[in-house]
Design a protein around this ligand. Structure first.
Ligand code: ADP
Length: 481
């Protein structure tokens, strides 16, 4: 891998401010070509314990610093990430597969969390409370929760780390991260830049490894860890929540979704199609807020499908580093098989393939961007998160009915509404049981707003003032006067 700054390529764990080999290594491969990118430390539970010990030792000094001092270090980290963004994007594309332009977008999006939380931590105000008793004085202060552990997924290998680590570090917490096994290089590159920025040793630690369960047990059960934050699938999230119960850890969970995308007959069709393309095919559909069920009013169904078909047909598929590519491979073979399976199941139950529906010859992890019509709510493609490049279209006729269908899922992460009628848009946005609703756009994630889900899609929020609050404890102080 050719980089302008070869120092960014690290293969060892970053623990207590030092690069440490593990007993074994694991292969990291380009999902597009299968090419070996390098052998990375295959850390164990013992490495995770060492990282927790380092974070515990680093905590008193880091939390004692003023918010301004912490912010200055974090802003240096932010600057270094921006300066190295091309290399970071290249590493990300090579290990994850997304097109380079998307990877560059992710690096800047990821960096924006560091900048924003560095600024926000200066506003960790407490309160003085009008007393209930003249002989007492009441106030609150906000203090960092303590050592924070994080487990992050492969679909956003940079931003899912900074979205957790930045507010934690800004609040005065120290951090241990286990990135996904498939994408450790992006995490380690971030550590290299944190090190250069002067983050004190032990403040940020990364343990890579294939024994997710063993490392995960330490991160969810070690009594020195105060808070656990996770982004990943709902089944794994439930398991980790149960593990956290033994020591009553604070928890934030960003889990799966089953996003509805509703196109009313009063929608602007070009806006709706553009939004649908953005939410469905970005990162080959491997996004927790990706549209999973597309409900189109029957009066505009055929027009919407035709426009969507020509946009999908125009997507350029290939290696993420090739110029002009809009969609790369999926992350691994298992993901391709899963999507293939869901498409076959839908077709067997009466859905129609308008486009795609099969693997592509580019490589074993490529699946064609796919458009299905005639889908129903009973099909697995509508009840399960397909997490792939499959747009599954259904018809509806009635507003109340489509709201009911959209809400009929245990998930509640993101939903999309397309309508030019402000009263309807408002009504439907309020009626959808989701943590985030986007109206007339397909792209809504930002540092400054709270990201998170209702129901089985999660607990807590990341980003915005809510994302900062997750890393503080509020202490009530009562003084006898
Ligand atoms: P995805 O379907 O996106 O891969 P997962 O929930 O399987 O979602 O993975 C998200 C993260 O959770 C990854 O870092 C993965 O290694 C980790 N993980 C998976 N299984 C476990 C487990 N049993 N304990 C701890 N972490 C796990």
């Amino acid at each position: 891998m050719k980089l302008a700054n070869p120092d960014l390529l690290k293969f060892q764990n970053y623990i207590d401010g030092a690069w440490r080999a593990a007993e074994r290594t694991m292969a990291v491969c380009d999902p597009a070509s299968g090419e070996l990118l390098g052998n990375v430390a295959d850390g164990t539970a013992a490495d995770a314990e060492a990282a927790v010990a380092a974070a515990t030792a680093a905590l008193p000094e880091w939390r004692r610093r003023t918010a301004g001092e912490r912010a200055a270090t974090l802003k240096r980290w932010y600057q270094l990430i921006v300066e190295n963004s091309e290399d970071l994007a290249r590493i990300l594309t090579l290990e994850q597969g997304k097109p380079l332009a998307e990877a560059q977008g992710e690096i800047l999006y990821g960096a924006s969390f560091i900048e924003w939380f560095a600024e926000e931590c200066r506003r960790a105000y407490g309160q003085t409370i009008p007393t209930h008793n003249p002989a007492m004085r009441l106030s609150t202060i906000r203090q960092p929760v303590g050592v924070v552990s994080c487990i992050t997924p492969w679909n956003f290998p940079n931003a899912m780390i900074t979205r957790k680590a930045a507010p934690a570090l800004a609040a005065g917490c120290t951090v241990v991260i286990k990135p996904a096994q498939e994408t450790p290089l992006s995490a380690l590159a971030l550590c290299q830049l944190a090190d250069e920025a002067g983050l004190p040793k032990g403040t940020l630690n990364v343990v890579t490894g294939s024994d997710a369960a063993g490392i995960g047990r330490v991160l969810t059960q070690d009594p020195r860890v105060a808070k656990f934050t996770f982004t990943g699938s709902t089944p794994v999230g439930k398991l980790l929540m149960a593990q956290c119960a033994s020591t009553v850890k604070k928890m934030s969970m960003e889990l799966g979704g089953n996003a509805p995308f509703i196109v009313f007959d009063d929608a602007d069709m070009d806006t709706a199609v553009k939004a649908c393309m953005a939410t469905k095919f970005r990162n080959a559909g491997q996004v927790c807020v990706a549209t999973n069920r597309i409900y189109v009013h029957q009066a505009v169904h055929d027009e919407f499908v035709e426009k969507l078909r020509s946009e999908v047909a125009a997507l350029k598929i290939g290696h993420g580093t090739e110029a002009g590519v809009n969609m790369g491979p999926m992350i691994f073979r298992r993901a391709v098989e899963r999507v293939q399976n869901l498409v076959q199941d839908a077709v067997a139950s009466g859905a129609r393939i308008e486009l795609g529906g099969e693997q592509l010859p580019n490589g074993e992890n490529y699946f064609a961007p796919t458009l299905l019509t005639g889908v129903t709510d009973a099909m697995r493609i509508a009840t399960e998160e397909n997490f792939g490049p499959v747009a599954a279209v259904q018809k509806f006729t009635d507003e109340a009915d489509v709201i009911r269908r959209a809400n009929a899922t245990p998930y509640g992460l993101a939903a999309y509404v397309m309508s030019e009628n402000i009263r309807r848009a408002n009504r439907v946005v309020e009626a959808l049981e989701y943590g985030m609703v986007a109206c007339n756009t397909g792209v809504f994630s930002t540092t400054v707003a709270p990201f998170g889900g209702n129901k089985e899609s999660g607990i807590g929020r990341e980003g915005g003032v809510e994302g900062m609050a997750e890393f503080y404890e509020t202490k009530y102080c009562c003084f006898g006067a």
